[in-house]
Design a protein around this ligand. Sequence first.
Ligand code: C5P
Length: 220
Amino acid sequence: MKCVSIAIDGPAGAGKSTLARKTARELGFLYVDTGAIYRTVALKVLRAGADPTEESQVIPLLKGLDISMDYGPDGEQQMFLEGEDVSKAIREHQISGLASKVSAIPAVRDFLLEFQRTQAREHNVVMDGRDIGTVVLPQADVKIFLTAAPESRARRRLLELEGRGQKTDFETVLRDIVQRDEQDRNRPIAPLRQAEDAVLLDTTRLNLEESLAAMLSLIK
Ligand code: C5P
């Protein structure tokens, strides 16, 4: 039987993970956070002391790279790097920028493409990222492009980081978000963009409950 897939793309801090997770729970689908997968590769690059912008240093690390995914008892996606649970480590602020750099390398994207597609072949999924509707699952049943003004995305991201006990400030988070979006939008391969058949959902003026209701009504 064909599985159903819902693709959610958008810039950093648009609320993709929170909304995609809640939507998946509501529908009884699997939630796949593809950003977490890129973050795990970034962590590997960081630990290896490689330059994330240098293909010649990153490509050799992909050979035999052992990345896997599982779901905890509460349904949270967990990431494993060489058997170690790195779900927390990949959320460090520093990893965001590194993931954006590493993800611009075509060999990294190729390496992860099949991994992501397999999830959608085997399960009904809500998958979020930057290129799900355009590259990973171009045949997705529903495509949503989630966005919000940079300032509201930075405010939300700041709250999230503070909630995890990470010290930073609004200006830094805003600058990093804008810089990361620019990198993600302007890379030659799989840039962040709205698929032609995706519906745009702007959550700037919506709270979480309103955004979730809008998302579910688009899907239904
Ligand atoms: O979604 P998250 O902020 O965790 O993603 C981290 C980085 O991974 C993004 O800035 C982007 O560069 C990259 N990414 C990507 N394609 C995806 C998901 C994430 O290039 N499908």
